[in-house]
Design a protein around this ligand. Structure first.
Ligand code: NAD
Length: 257
């Protein structure tokens, strides 16, 4: 399968899952637009690296996904948008009564509202092209809850709802919208938590991974960014043309519990 000639925009893609998804889309031949809120040489070098490795066009466009105008400007600046992957996200953990209002607002804005603004800007572009695929990176927390993650769980459930509405509004066009719900994925962010978790519980790092971090993941293995990317590629492939408005869990069995 080749996405040659298609342009994929992946929000929040200078690290972790977003970068992994962009890599797999580029491997499949798509031109890619990377994004985050920073504008550093290393951000632009990531795009140049993908272009060199996969022979596609790759660009990095800085845009803050907490800002509605910046979300819409990202799509406009990209000039094309056949595949939109709404991935940007942050986390904060706190009991509801202590949850900082600014953190609540930022998580709702970046994790949920940015998907709305980017989708709103992308759909007219997709309609004009006669084809489009929207892939929202939700979470197992879009389907289940954990204590102390009120904003994150609310935002990710919101993304799953937005996914269904987007699918219904585009159902009779060659546009689909689905959400990927990862469990724990081995990203630099999660890897960095392993030593601290081990120290906190007086465990080895392996025990901390198995007993604490992957407690709710029955496979006892992390998902990988390549697996999330491969799922996104599948959702954009012809085999998935009739898959819309649904969620695909990549969570080692978490939501089967
Ligand atoms: P990460 O921190 O590596 O990636 C988050 C990305 O979002 C980064 O590129 C960051 O720069 C970007 N970002 C943050 N704030 C932004 C802003 N204001 N504007 C633009 N970009 C911004 O983390 P990750 O684990 O790769 O997370 C990516 C997505 O996957 C998130 O939506 C997260 O909720 C989701 N997710 C992650 C896991 C996991 O275990 N890692 C599990 C389920 C879902």
């Amino acid at each position: 399968m080749s996405f040659a000639g298609k342009t994929a925009i992946v929000t929040g893609s200078n690290s972790g899952i977003g970068l992994g998804v962009a890599r797999e889309l580029a491997r499949a031949g798509a031109n890619v637009v990377l994004n985050s809120f920073t504008d550093r040489d290393e951000d632009h070098k990531l795009a140049a690296g993908l272009a060199a490795e996969f022979g596609v066009t790759a660009r990095y466009i800085a845009a803050d996904m907490s800002d509605p105008d910046a979300c819409r400007a990202l799509i406009a600046q990209a000039g094309a948008c056949d595949i939109l992957v709404n991935n940007a996200g942050i986390q904060h953990v706190s009991p509801i009564e202590d949850f900082p209002v600014a953190k609540w607002d930022a998580i709702i804005a970046i994790n949920m509202s940015s998907a709305f603004h980017c989708t709103a800007a992308a759909l007219p572009v997709m309609r004009k092209a006669g084809w489009g695929r929207v892939v929202n990176i939700a979470s197992a927390h879009g389907l289940t809850a954990s204590p102390y993650k009120s904003a994150y769980v609310a935002a990710k459930h919101g993304v799953v709802g937005l996914t269904k509405v987007t699918a219904l509004e585009t159902a009779q066009e060659d546009i689909t919208c689905n959400a990927i719900c990862p469990g724990y994925v081995k990203t630099p962010l999660v890897e960095a938590q392993i030593p601290d978790t081990a120290a906190k519980y007086g465990m080895t790092e392996e025990e901390a991974v198995q007993k604490v971090i992957l407690e709710r993941q029955p496979s006892k293995q992390f998902a990988t960014v390549e697996q999330i990317g491969g799922t996104a590629v599948f959702l954009c492939s012809p085999a998935a043309d009739q898959i819309t408005g649904t969620t695909i869990s990549v969570d080692g069995g978490w939501t089967a519990l």
